[in-house]
Design a protein around this ligand. Structure first.
Ligand SMILES: [Zn+2]
Length: 392
């Protein structure tokens, strides 16, 4: 066994509940947390006085493939900005796919995420198996963990679609379906039965027109239709009814909110207070890099403020719940919670050391609220992944 290292002097946000613990050390061995307690004699000490130790973030929804198209399509509605085949995003992707510069763009996006305090990311990667391979290549050697959720080509049906999906799942961590309409009848349920260790997710309830059409044609919203086969998580749920949110919660399906993306695209806003009311557990995602900086500090801040503002109630959502969405709930959605998402014995020592003495955070009186509503990547003094310092 390796030697013990003790990070002491810091305030530690401990466990899934993110309880602020003072006067104890984060004790690690071989990159994993042994305990949060008193430093034993002889252990290597790392002084982190003045720091707040927070589990590194888990970004539950991104599209890193459009990193090279920042601000392209601002001011356009969803359909014209991102939908295939003519949305600006797909025109851009067609141009760059397969090139070295596209790999460099994706690597750049992942680097930004890491510098913003992200330990793991679930990317809805376009472009089938080749797209997943390109993402893997872009991420090579980086400390950020990439959960690659690939996409199958649209318009296929039956055995051809099943064969393509199975080949994709040989290398991808799962599938991120663009939309319920893009999934051939019965395919998702069949894949889930055949590959239970893979993650299945989809966009749902993002666009009001599509949601109304789904209700009119099938009698169900998009989320309600997807709930039948049990995906791991659904992204957006802006226009999903309270009844269907409850169905998701009852099926153990998680939500992933991307409120900044929904805001800028004029989709509407996810009613997070309603999600909580219906018992829906959720993570946070920054969605397309083309519209949103891949920065969960900004996402948390926006999620909290828009919820309180929209509900007209300053108690409409708890800051702790927002921070949990960016950490442990994201880790659970991505099935990474044995390693990531909270600081607890047995998990990876993967955390952010936030400098509470930076001018921005000096005089803060509530560390959770300060992280959600005030902190930015500039307040990260260093990031540790499995006990090793990677940033700062
Ligand atoms: Zn998306």
């Amino acid at each position: 066994m390796g030697d013990l290292t003790c990070f002491n002097g810091a305030v530690i946000l401990a466990g899934d509940n993110l309880d602020a613990v003072r006067g104890k050390a984060l004790i690690i061995q071989e990159g994993r947390i042994v305990e949060i307690g008193d430093a034993p004699a002889g252990a290597r000490l790392v002084d982190l006085s003045g720091m707040l130790l927070c589990p590194a973030f888990v970004n539950a929804h991104t599209h890193v493939g459009d990193t090279g198209a920042k601000e392209l399509g601002i001011g356009l509605p969803l359909t014209r900005a991102v939908d295939p085949p003519e949305g600006l995003k797909h025109v851009f992707l067609q141009k760059v796919t397969g090139t070295e510069s596209h790999l460099a763009m994706m690597r750049h996006g992942l680097g930004e995420m890491q510098r913003n305090g992200t330990a793991a990311v679930a990317d809805f990667r376009e472009g089938g198996l080749a797209g997943v391979r390109a993402l893997r290549k872009a991420a090579e050697g980086m400390p950020i963990r990439v959960v690659a959720l690939g996409r199958i080509s649209e318009g296929g049906s039956g055995e051809a679609a099943y064969g393509e999906a199975c080949a994709l799942l040989e290398e991808a961590d799962g599938i991120g379906f663009r939309d319920v309409e893009a999934i051939p009848e019965g395919l998702a349920a069949r894949l889930k039965r055949a590959c239970p260790s893979k993650i299945f997710a989809a966009h749902a309830g993002e666009d009001l027109t599509c949601e109304r059409r789904s209700q009119a044609v099938t009698g169900k919203g998009q989320a309600g239709r997807l709930a039948d086969w049990g995906p791991d998580f659904l992204v957006h749920l802006v226009h999903t009814s309270a009844r269907e949110l409850k169905v998701l919660a009852e099926h153990g399906i998680r939500g992933v909110a991307c409120p900044r993306s929904n805001g800028v695209l004029g989709d509407g806003l996810p009613r997070l207070a309603g999600w909580v009311q219906q018992g829906l557990r959720f993570g946070l995602g920054t969605d397309n890099v083309m519209f949103n900086s891949p920065d969960l500090f900004r996402e948390m801040d926006y999620a909290s403020r828009m919820t309180r503002g929209v509900e007209g109630d300053s108690t409409a959502i708890d800051s702790r719940l927002i921070l949990q969405a960016a950490t442990i709930e994201g880790a659970r959605a991505l099935r990474l919670d044995a390693d990531l998402g909270s600081l607890a014995p047995g998990k990876e020592a993967t955390f952010l050391a936030i400098d509470l003495n930076r001018p921005n955070l000096t005089y803060q009186q509530d560390v959770i609220s300060a992280l959600v509503h005030r902190a930015s990547p500039a307040d990260i003094a260093s990031m540790y992944v499995r006990g090793e310092r990677v940033n700062g």
